[in-house]
Design a protein around this ligand. Structure first.
Ligand code: FAD
Length: 402
């Protein structure tokens, strides 16, 4: 049997689920396909390994779609300050929400919380379908636009396929879209820890020899860790006995939050820079990690993907209103022009920061430390950094701008 929807979104992660909710809200019939059926409930007090620091722009998107209340109900951790230390020098940066128009700099949210809230919202939309545990295996041209075939043999016809199937996107490969990039030969080790001192709703980050170590404050008093390490060290620290890990982490943190007293499950993810050479093809578009993957040192990957989602929602809602084809070149070209440049600037900034903190030769370390302390003492420069990091820049999609 062949079903038909105006748009098919492949991949129900943070970005794909956001696009699907936004399109359904705009009265577009949409099928959201995900290869598995993730948990939507979990024991009280339990925290996921994967968290995202959501910017104000991303929160605006979630609020505008009506997903934010479901996220807050499940638990969010606002952070009001961010303290950044250069492990090689006395370089220091302190960002304080009191210096902005907002009560907080952003929110730490478990990825599963965002996904569960979006999926619940999507399921309550009209003319929408959530199809799980049935991965897309092929995508073909069709007079209407595209036809996707699922593992079960089921087929869906649509005007437009939006691929939100992550950095190893199968659909991107099937459409013959190439990528540029390089591996960082680093892994991001993630876990949840308890610390002797309170995190004070502050995001703490220390740049070390192998990469940054971040402590992100969680609502249950614990901190979520993202520790960038060379791949061999990441493997060793992921597998070593708990006591050895606690001791190494306490030492690496330089006692910022006192002794680390307990640690949850550990996992690590390879880090790379990857950018699709094209974001679109005939009746086809890429969003989120399927289009771009960046270093997580400033927690911008999901936020950038959410801006793709908001731009796509805005353009397709306009096309629907004007009775234009949703998979038409006009819409897709505008999407690519809007998002590709902005993503490239963000990815390049993350890459430069990664390289800048990877240099440990003294004259450069002194210069870097001087630069950090100069920014820290300049209200104007800090305001500019804050605005950019909070996602509040010009040219934002309407949903993100509020
Ligand atoms: C260590 C680390 C820390 C990070 N911290 C932050 C942070 O603080 N803030 C931030 O903004 N970003 C952060 N990021 C980046 C962020 O996690 C990603 O950018 C984001 O999760 C990408 O979301 P996505 O929806 O595009 O892709 P994904 O999360 O990869 O989702 C892809 C979805 O597609 C589905 N899928 C795949 N193939 C198929 C198929 N054939 N058929 C159907 N479904 C399919 C998968 O099941 C999955 O649900 C971090 C990344 C790392 C590695």
């Amino acid at each position: 049997m062949v079903d038909q929807y105006e748009v098919v979104v492949v991949g129900g992660g943070i970005v794909g689920a956001t696009v699907a909710c936004g399109l359904a809200r705009a009265g577009i019939s949409v099928a959201l396909l995900n290869k598995d059926d993730p948990l939507r409930t979990w024991p009280l007090g339990d925290c996921d390994l994967r968290v995202s620091a959501l910017t104000q722009a991303s929160v605006n998107i979630m609020q505008a779609l009506g997903a934010w209340s479901g996220i807050v109900q499940r638990g969010v951790s606002p952070y009001r300050d961010m303290r950044v230390y250069d492990g090689d020098s006395n370089g220091f940066l302190h960002f304080d929400s009191a210096e902005t128009h907002f009560q907080e700099l952003g929110f730490i949210v478990e990825n599963r919380v965002i996904i569960a809230a979006l999926w619940d919202l999507f399921e309550h939309s009209d003319r929408s379908a959530l199809i799980c545990a049935d991965p897309v295996v092929s995508i073909a041209a069709h007079p209407l636009g595209r036809q996707v075939t699922l593992q079960s043999g089921k087929s869906i016809k649509t005007q437009l396929v939006i691929a939100a199937d992550g950095q190893h996107s199968r659909l991107r490969r099937q459409m013959g879209i190439s990528v540029q990039g390089w591996p960082y030969h680093q892994h991001g080790l993630v876990t949840t820890v308890s610390t002797a001192k309170s995190h004070q709703r502050t995001a703490w980050q220390r740049f070390l020899e192998q990469g940054p170590l971040a402590f992100l404050p969680l609502h249950n008093g614990q901190s979520s860790i993202v520790w960038t390490l060379g791949s061999a060290s990441a493997k060793a620290y992921t597998e070593c006995p708990e006591a050895d890990f606690l001791a190494a982490l306490t030492m690496a943190s330089d006692g910022l939050l006192g002794e680390i007293t307990a640690v949850g499950a550990r996992a690590s993810f390879p880090l790379n820079f990857q950018h699709a050479n094209s974001y679109t093809a005939e009746a086809f578009a890429l969003v989120g990690d399927a289009a771009h993957t960046m270093h997580p040192l400033a927690g911008q990957g999901a936020n950038a993907g959410l801006l793709d989602a908001a731009a796509m929602i805005e353009l397709l809602a306009q096309a629907k209103e004007r009775r234009r084809p949703l998979g038409g070149q006009q819409v897709l070209r505008r999407y690519e022009r809007w998002r590709k440049g902005d993503n490239l600037v963000m990815m390049t900034t993350m890459d430069l920061l990664k390289r800048m903190y990877g240099i440990h030769d003294q004259p450069f370390v002194q210069l870097r430390s001087l630069g950090m302390n100069m920014i820290n003492n300049s209200r104007l420069l800090k305001q500019m950094f804050n605005q950019y990091a909070m996602g509040l820049r010009s040219g934002l999609p309407t949903l993100a701008a509020k």
